[in-house]
Design a protein around this ligand. Structure first.
Ligand code: ADP
Ligand code: ADP
Length: 224
């Protein structure tokens, strides 16, 4: 069964059509959504995340209809938005505590255990007590993944999470994603082909709101 099934989805902002009849089938693991700036990646990510509505077509997530059962889908979702900013005056640990309590994890002891587990999953254990304003760009992004993992989601949406990272941060970030991809369904949107080539077995390619390719990443390379 597909984790996310997108059928014939179109979306316009007033008169501008940002997505044209998109069909995508996404299975468990790490899935890449590749396209240049303006392709429509954020639009699609925001639709799947239930932030935006769309005009035409159907989307299901783990068998739930995104329109009829959006509250169910929301429970299964973790999201790292494109321009995610965590408050610099918090430590990584304080920030995750804060997000977890906002999401209804009231038991402080359980929350502490969960926060430590999350920091470990994104390789930030040694920066637990450091203020976020002292984090590198890559550390901030990994903290962004950690906050997306709160609440035991099944589907994680990462919108351009590697943009602007330097090469060593990029590699650290990919390592974390690849490990999480064994456990979760992750949709990674990026304009950087090498992110996909190194980490994602399957890819969907969009440009100007149109789907150009979907399938194995390996075969995409042979088309180029
Ligand atoms: P990407 O994430 O691939 O860069 P976006 O989904 O952000 O692409 O944008 C796709 C297209 O839709 C772009 O041409 C963008 O200018 C346009 N767009 C995005 N958001 C809006 C909006 N709120 N109103 C009008 N046009 C928008
Ligand atoms: P791992 O060893 O699992 O990759 P980190 O990603 O935290 O764990 O990196 C290991 C060490 O490299 C840490 O002590 C971290 O502070 C340091 N480091 C130096 N530069 C960076 C950077 N740009 N991004 C993240 N960590 C960095």
């Amino acid at each position: 069964m597909y984790t996310v099934k997108i059928e014939n989805v179109s979306k316009s902002y007033r008169k501008f059509q940002a997505l044209h009849h998109i069909d995508l089938q996404i299975e468990k693991g790490l899935y890449g959504l590749l396209g240049p700036n303006g392709a429509g990646k954020s639009t699609l990510m925001n639709i799947i995340s239930t932030i935006l509505t769309w005009d035409e077509g159907r989307i299901s997530v783990y068998g739930y209809d995104l329109k009829k059962d959006s509250h169910k889908v929301r429970e299964l979702l973790g999201y790292l938005p494109q321009h995610f900013q965590a408050p610099g005056q918090f430590t990584g640990e304080e920030f995750l505590h804060y997000v977890a309590s906002m999401k209804g994890m009231n038991n402080r002891q359980k929350r502490t255990i969960e926060v430590q587990r999350l920091l470990e999953q994104v390789n930030l254990t040694e920066h637990t007590h450091k203020k976020i304003k002292g984090y590198s760009g890559g550390m901030k992004r990994r903290l962004g993944i950690a906050q997306a993992l709160i609440g035991q989601p099944k589907l994680i949406i990462l919108d351009e999470p590697t943009a602007g990272l330097d090469p060593s941060e990029r590699i650290r970030f990919r390592n974390v994603m690849e490990r999480l991809g064994k456990e979760y369904t992750i949709i990674l949107s990026t304009h950087i082909l090498s992110d996909i080539e190194t980490s994602c077995e399957h890819v969907g390619v969009i440009n100007k709101g149109e789907l150009l390719y979907q399938g194995e990443t390996e075969k995409l390379a042979s088309l180029a």
